[in-house]
Design a protein around this ligand. Sequence first.
Ligand code: AMP
Ligand code: GLY
Length: 435
Amino acid sequence: MKVLVIGGGGREHALAWKLAQSVKATKIYVAPGNGGTALDARFENIDITGVSELCAWARQHEIDLAVVGPEAPLAAGVVDQFRKHGLRVFGPTRAAAQLESSKAFSKAFMKRHGIPTAEYETFTDPATAHRYLDLKGAPIVVKADGLAAGKGVVVAMTLQEAHEAVDFMLADGAPGVLHNEGADGNRAPRVVIEEFLAGEEASFIVMCDGRNVLALATSQDHKRLLNDDQGPNTGGMGAYSPAPVVTPDVHARAMREIILPTIRGMEKDGIPYSGFLYAGLMIDGNGHPKTLEFNCRMGDPEAQPILMRLKTDLIDVLLAATEPGLHGRLDDIELQWDRRTALGVVLAAHGYPQHPRKGDVITGLPVDAEDAVVFHAGTTFDAGVTRTSGGRVLCVTALADNVKQAQQRAYDLALGIEFDGKQYRTDIGHRASRG
Ligand code: AMP
Ligand code: GLY
């Protein structure tokens, strides 16, 4: 079976790595892939990112199954195009991907379907937004509507920060902010201003086939650049699975109050959801989860530890999920998980997240083992040399009997890997190893 993984980050390297364990995989392509997938003979990188070009390529090469990693191709309609041409692909359609690509869409959806989330209002007019901030006070959260490459959310602890965020996000042409079209067809900048939620975050990721839902193992990310959750927000500096904060009770609530109503709601609204669905949860002191956001993909770096724990053949799962018909057959699948803890530490480039430097030579990469794998993200491999080529460079992921041992193993390996300007947190997993 010829399989195509779309994307080039650490999550996609992990997907390809997991797919390669299946005896059913005869060929695994990664588009565009990275240095890690380039230096591994089991994979072939395809240097195509345009959705139409990718679709044409997949038809020409008779790809049997495709799986989409990142949000950008989903929001560009890659699943719609593949399906239109009869190609089997796992991911949400462009309309369903609005759960992530438009905060205004997802917030209105949650309100309509009674899914617990922070209270919010949407604004296009700066003066009205400023008045609303003064009315509500700080702490308060300001979010740009649209994909903003992780720069679209400001958790303002003071009103001044909140006012500044509104001015920045409602200014025309704010850098990196892609504005969505409003109901009036207008692409005016919009912000969502929402209630600040206190608690502990967790990543709750499931697979859906339009109707059935299969929960993946729980996980927790570390979004801030520096130890003790200080510094700027990033795409994620490390993750581990399972996440003890998601107790069986929290898990049951998240499924009952968030995930199932979302899947039913999408079906009812005529945009059935298939693909990975990631609910970013804020869990309060009483174990009640609220939805911070939806992502229509696996988390990165959550995918790396989660996939390291998955024992079930991923091709079987994806085939069940994409079985032709009204919906798939994920109800036939039961996922098996390694009981050990997996923990991944991200090594980021100099200057990340603002201005990551490219081109630094990476040395000391260890040989992968059953219980330790270095997943690549922003790397290239050329003429035998591996170099940095993006913000998050590597995710060193280890499996062990408990969090402390997984930390120990991942950090031992991380220390041996060298490149100029290497940045990483030294406290990944601190919440799970507390006490
Ligand atoms: P988002 O992209 O919406 O997940 O936001 C990025 C990060 O901002 C989240 O992971 C949280 O740490 C924080 N955040 C977002 N919304 C809220 C909120 N309503 N209350 C507290 N923190 C939030
Ligand atoms: N690690 C968070 C995300 O993938 O959005």
